[in-house]
Write a protein that binds this ligand. Structure first.
Ligand SMILES: *[C@@H]1O[C@H](CO)[C@@H](O)[C@H](O)[C@H]1NC(C)=O
Ligand SMILES: *[C@@H]1O[C@H](CO)[C@@H](O)[C@H](O)[C@H]1NC(C)=O
Length: 260
């Protein structure tokens, strides 16, 4: 009798043990994937797409340069239809929000746009400069800015025009410096932008400040002037957070570089 109970208990315990080990999800190992002993790395596309998501959601924090194994992925993302599609979805969501905003009128309803990788795309420059995988060269980038032929990001151009029709005042808040004002204005007009309310660039007293601080200070000045910042669009978190933030912020994709 005693031994039968022990046997049943043992059987019961081994069943539990069996169930619990089976209830843990087993992920395929590298060996399972390759079907043999040959070690294969996880697909770069999968790993790099996860890295991109981590960068965009700021889980990656202040990242410095595209990981070497992801340069090809980033190049394909930016030059393929995915970047365009991501930007269009964000532009559409911004537009839907803007249409729901109850404007206060009196010309005090503001929307703040960043410029680089938001209104203008510097993809032609980055295409020749490693898609963010090489150290930023200020000299060659400034040369590119002076050419003033960066194309518009299509989704941002249509949002920009729609916001103007809805009655928003458009403020352009950029990390570019005051000495680049002419080239920046010329480039914006070249790309199809016009009738912005104000173009704000870094003056001498703004040099050396983080983008987050500089942009917060400038937004706070707008609020002090009586503007309500309903929306803000930028490719960097530093375009959007800090203080005097917009009611809604729209983060455009940029897997090439991170500005604090
Ligand atoms: C940066 O760009 C300038 C102008 O194109 C070039 O002369 C210089 O060699 C570059 N510097 C580096 C470190 O690549
Ligand atoms: C910018 O353009 C204005 C008028 O076109 C001109 O007077 C000024 O010298 C230019 N500034 C620079 C820094 O090129």
């Amino acid at each position: 009798m005693g031994s039968t109970v022990s046997f049943l208990l043992l059987l019961f315990l081994s069943t539990i043990n069996h169930i619990s080990s089976e209830s843990i999800i087993k992920l395929p190992s590298d060996n399972d994937i390759s079907g043999g002993n040959r070690k294969v790395r996880a697909d770069d596309n999968v790993v790099c797409d996860s890295w991109r998501l981590a960068a965009e959601t700021n889980n990656a924090g202040a990242w410095n340069g595209v990981p070497a194994r992801c340069v090809k992925f980033v190049a394909e993302y930016l030059t393929g239809e995915r970047y365009r599609s991501d930007s269009e979805v964000i532009g559409k969501l911004a537009s839907e929000f803007a249409k729901r905003v109850r404007l206060e009128g009196e010309g005090r309803d503001a929307w703040v746009f960043d410029i680089d990788e938001t209104l203008l795309s510097n993809l032609p420059y980055y295409q020749d400069n490693g898609f963010g995988s090489v150290t930023f060269n200020e000299t060659s980038f400034d040369d590119w800015v002076n050419v003033a032929e960066a194309p518009a990001l299509a989704a941002s151009l249509s949002l920009y025009k729609e916001l103007q029709e809805l009655g928003f005042k458009i403020f352009l808040l950029t990390g570019r410096s005051e000495h680049q004002r002419n080239a920046t204005e010329a480039n914006l007009l070249f790309a199809g932008y016009s009738n912005w309310e104000r173009l704000i660039l870094r003056g001498s007293s703004d040099q050396g400040k983080s983008a987050t601080l500089y942009k917060s200070e400038k937004r706070a000045e707008l609020v002090e002037e009586g503007y309500t910042i309903h929306g803000s669009s930028g490719d960097q978190w530093s375009d959007l957070w800090g203080y005097a933030v917009a009611s809604r912020s729209f983060k455009l994709p940029n897997p090439m570089y991170y500005i604090p």
